[in-house]
Design a protein around this ligand. Structure first.
Ligand code: C2O
Ligand code: CU
Ligand code: CU
Length: 519
């Protein structure tokens, strides 16, 4: 594919967006100028985050769900125990073997399945082969585990991201899922500051499903779609070679569903399928759209919705998840599941990508979309005890929240919250690119969004959606209602373009246990 020539006008817009928006420092702007005058980029785009054009590969192999993680305690009710080894393994990516970072040899990682109320025990072994330091000066082979989306304690042997495993180390985590919402798609990935982007890019991510407790969605054929992109060079994940990789966030030339390029998913005319979709990409945004069909959104990160919401497209920022019903057309043919171009800022107009081919054929079914999903899902209503402002910015190769760039666990705590209360967080984006804001432990509801995609803003401010990743549009802002419930300890919030987390767009959140229990 030819290198896209950037016109002088586009370049001026890009540079001034960078300067005005502060999304890149001066040195970075000079680096972009260098890249644009050069011609050696190759591949599908002009730079990491500046992909343009279309990725439309031919239909590939039959769609496969990721493997399920074996439960070592299948005979013991209430206990799920799994063993996870973080190691490199050869993975077949669209016909080419690459050495990726994997959990138990699989890309993406095997799906952990649990029920509300279970105790989940995870034996993690660090067998990562990487050596030395990355360009941020962090040891590349230290890892740990974060259970993104679980409403569990951030302390001790639970979801404690301060635990660190050196190569060869093992650690046993235990998560008490008695307060966890059913019917949720969560995921697990490493969380050692300064090394997350590289490990996640290399392949370390897997889904963690908490089963439904309502029968309403149980009857549909259900699939998990883990969206992940990568570029491979010399048989390995493309390295992080420059500050620019961290400032822009890496987007890959291979865009895959469950590690497959444009897999073919069969559906019968009139059939309803349930798709659980996870954006496990470092920096790529997906604007999901299925040719000839609408998407019925029935759940978000923190739980199921009251009823289905019909959408023509849905933006999934890095870290976001969606639970979707699709009713196949009665016209038997192939329909492409697309990611439409999404402009995430800093000169990146986005690409149109064919994610999968939905092959509609066979005996006609007469499935229906239910009118009610979870009657108990409501817009949360509580009097906030505090209103906080968290300002996201970038510059000098670093990311900041309220002007502070995270450097380590001895870091200044940015927020102290009282257990049993509720707060309004206003997240302000003072940069020229979007940031998907994520907080651990407690999901939130969205009160308002300004800037960005109007459809997303209208959606999340009106439906009873629990979110743990909310996209904050460039030079825009969002207000979140955050209940602080059940668990004390030190948690975190950060941008889920994980490169930005690694360069400091992260803060510590002290959940203090002196408050009253949540009603
Ligand atoms: Cu998925 Cu703190 O992250
Ligand atoms: Cu998380
Ligand atoms: Cu960011």
């Amino acid at each position: 594919m030819a290198v896209k020539k950037v016109s002088r006008r586009e370049f001026i817009e890009l540079s001034s967006a960078a300067l005005v928006g502060g999304c890149l420092g001066l040195n970075s702007v000079r680096a972009i100028a260098g890249m644009m005058s050069g011609s050696g980029m190759g591949g599908g785009g002009m730079m990491g985050g500046g992909m343009t054009g279309t990725i439309d590969p031919p239909p590939g192999s039959l769609f496969m769900d990721p493997p399920v993680m074996p439960n070592l305690r299948a005979g013991t009710p209430g206990l799920v125990e799994v063993s996870i080894e973080a190691r490199s393994a050869p993975v077949n990516l669209n016909g080419t073997i690459a050495n990726l970072l994997t959990y138990n040899g699989s890309y993406p990682g095997p799906t952990i399945r649990v029920k509300q109320g279970d105790l989940l025990r995870v034996n993690l072994r660090n067998s990562l082969p990487m050596q030395g330091m990355n360009i941020l000066g962090h040891d590349r082979d230290i890892t740990n585990l974060h259970t993104h989306g679980l409403h569990v304690s951030p302390m001790g042997i639970s979801d404690n991201v301060m635990v660190m495993l050196m190569p060869g180390d093992t650690f046993t985590y235990e998560y008490d899922l008695s307060k966890q919402s059913a019917g949720t798609l969560n995921f697990y990935h490493p969380h050692v500051h300064g090394t997350v982007a590289e490990q996640y890019w290399g392949g370390l991510a897997g889904a963690l499903i908490v089963e439904d407790d309502l029968p309403v969605l149980g009857g549909y054929e259900t699939h998990l779609m883990v969206l992940k992109d990568i570029s491979v060079s010399g048989g390995n994940p493309e390295v992080y070679g420059s500050t620019m990789d961290y400032m822009m966030g890496k987007e890959g030339k291979l865009v895959m569903v469950n590690g497959q390029v444009n897999p073919v998913l069969p559906i019968r005319p009139g059939q309803v399928q349930r798709w659980r979709v996870l954006n496990a990409s470092n920096a790529r945004y997906y604007k999901l759209s299925l040719e000839g069909h609408s998407l019925q959104l029935v759940g978000t990160e923190g739980g199921l919705l009251d009823k289905p919401y019909s959408l023509t497209s849905l933006v999934l920022a890095p870290g976001e998840r969606a639970d979707i019903l699709v009713k196949a057309s009665l016209t038997a043919k192939n329909y492409r599941l697309l990611s439409l171009p999404y402009d995430r800022g800093c000169g990146s107009m986005g690409q149109q990508v064919t994610l999968a081919t939905i092959s509609c054929k066979g005996t006609r079914a007469s499935d229906t979309i239910p009118s009610v999903i979870d009657p108990e899902a409501v817009r949360f209503n509580a009097i906030p005890v505090a209103t906080r402002q968290l300002t996201l910015s970038m510059g000098q190769g670093r990311g900041y929240i309220n002007g502070v760039s995270f450097t380590g666990m001895d870091h200044t705590t940015l927020l102290h919250s009282e257990l049993g209360t509720c707060e309004v967080w206003e997240i302000v984006n003072q940069s020229g690119m979007d940031h998907p804001f994520h907080q651990h432990v407690n999901p939130c509801q969205v009160l308002s969004v300004s800037g960005g995609d109007p459809a997303s803003a209208a959606l999340y401010t009106r439906i009873p959606a629990w979110k743990d990743v909310v996209n904050i549009p460039r030079m825009g802002r969002a207000k979140l209602l955050v209940p602080i419930a059940d668990f004390d300890g030190m948690a975190m919030f950060h941008c889920h373009i994980v490169e930005h987390e690694d360069i400091g767009m992260m803060g510590l959140w002290d959940l203090m246990g002196s408050g009253m229990p949540m009603p």
